[in-house]
Design a binder for this molecule. Structure first.
Ligand SMILES: O=c1[nH]cnc2c1ncn2[C@@H]1O[C@H](CO)[C@@H](O)[C@H]1O
Ligand SMILES: [Zn+2]
Length: 378
């Protein structure tokens, strides 16, 4: 594990909650329809006449989402999105949700985020795919503006998701390509994994490759190695959403602790394939038993390209700061470890190389260095 070079009695090893919040953070895997403020859902439901909410008190509704998502199965976890998608069917609603998303992330110290959603799930009241994308983009720009007024800096890019059980992936990939210079930075597929292999959408991935565009694939969450293998070797994914099951291709000798990587795990590590890990979400869907047993601990030690993410802030009642704090508590990570995750995320982001480099060198590194030096001036 990364450690500090010198030991001084006054130098704290463990970052404080306040330092974690102030540390610049980068988020690559967060669903727009999984991050609404409970109060906003209640408002939007009232405005739009949606009467199926399980609770109308915002606090109780927040608790309901966390409990309902705590199901141990990805399929049941995904059922909760019916309520958020139901209230995200107008331009105004999409704009508001996107603006608040950017504001909330900025407030939490996130400086760069790629937020995903499935445009095909927002057409129930007659919006076109283009109108959905434009409303969300405008919302993100508004959120960035509001954040700036409050003294925060954040940039948000959109990832367009196609649902793996549906048959619109090529159409959504074309949409992502059309908006690539206006707010959309890539493509993804999501939804139930078992029974819906990524190769069903090969035409979409091949199209994006021919267009020199970027995509990530949810793989190795509810289903194991074959899903990861297909996502990489058939579909050509740039990153893996979750990818936790790569652990199934790693053997640790119980006697002497020697580690052996299989061919696929070696490939993922050698090629520096980014893993978008979402610890709290994995506990809820049963992809991991406990945080202490979560594969992120070993994968980080083995120096896979690990990134830390929220997945669904509403369903997991979480934030980037909370995910970092949980990891600090469980694995004893230092500011240097948190910086490593953050730099990994920027290296893996879908924005141009020069922008990523400037974010790393001019935003992330100086601020972590500053945080690390705070103990000197107390
Ligand atoms: O962890 C996940 N695994 C797979 N699919 C997911 C996960 N979280 C959310 N979604 C799905 O992605 C859609 C678009 O944002 C959501 O509506 C939800 O169905
Ligand atoms: Zn996800």
């Amino acid at each position: 594990m990364t450690s500090q070079t010198t030991v001084h009695p006054d130098r704290p090893r463990i970052p404080s909650p306040d330092q974690i919040r102030r540390a610049p953070k980068v988020l690559l895997h967060d669903h727009l329809d999984g991050g609404l403020r409970p109060g906003t859902i209640v408002d939007l439901a009232r405005e739009q006449g949606y009467t199926n909410l399980p609770e109308t008190d915002p606090d109780k509704l927040g608790v309901w989402f966390r409990d309902a998502a705590d199901s141990g199965s990805l399929e049941r976890y995904l059922e909760t999105f019916a309520h958020t998608c139901a209230v995200m069917q107008t331009k105004e609603a999409l704009f508001r949700v996107a603006a608040e998303c950017a504001e909330d992330l900025a407030e939490d110290g996130v400086v760069y985020a790629e937020i995903r959603y499935a445009p095909e799930q927002h057409l129930e009241k007659g919006l076109s795919l283009e109108e959905v994308v434009e409303a969300v983009n405008e919302g993100f720009r508004e959120g960035e503006r509001r954040a700036k007024e409050n003294g925060h800096r954040i940039r948000v890019g959109a990832l367009l998701t196609a649902m793996r059980h549906a048959a619109r992936a090529l159409e959504i990939a074309e949409l992502a390509n059309r908006y690539r210079d206006s707010g959309v930075v890539g493509f993804d597929i999501a939804g139930a994994e078992a029974g819906f292999p990524p190769t069903r959408h090969l035409d979409a991935f091949e199209y994006l490759k021919r267009e020199n565009n970027h995509f990530t694939i949810h793989a190795g969450e509810a289903f194991g190695l074959p899903s990861i293998w297909q996502a990489l070797q058939w579909c050509g994914a740039d990153r893996l959403g979750h990818g936790v099951r790569i652990i199934d291709d790693i053997e640790v000798d119980k006697e002497d602790g020697t580690v052996r990587l299989g061919r696929l795990a070696s490939y993922v590590r050698d090629k520096r394939i980014p893993l978008e890990m979402c610890p709290s979400s994995n506990l809820q869907t049963g992809a991991a038993g406990s945080l202490a047993e979560h594969p992120i601990g070993l994968l980080r030690e083995l120096r896979f390209r690990i990134t830390v993410n929220t997945d669904n802030r509403l369903m997991s009642g979480t934030s980037m700061s909370r995910e970092f704090a949980l990891l600090v508590e469980t694995f004893g990570y230092t500011l240097t470890d948190l910086e490593w995750f953050t730099v990994n995320a920027l290296k893996s982001a879908f924005i141009p190389f020069d922008e990523r480099l400037a974010m790393i060198n001019d935003v992330v590194k100086p601020r972590y260095a500053e945080l690390r030096s705070e103990w000197l001036f107390r």
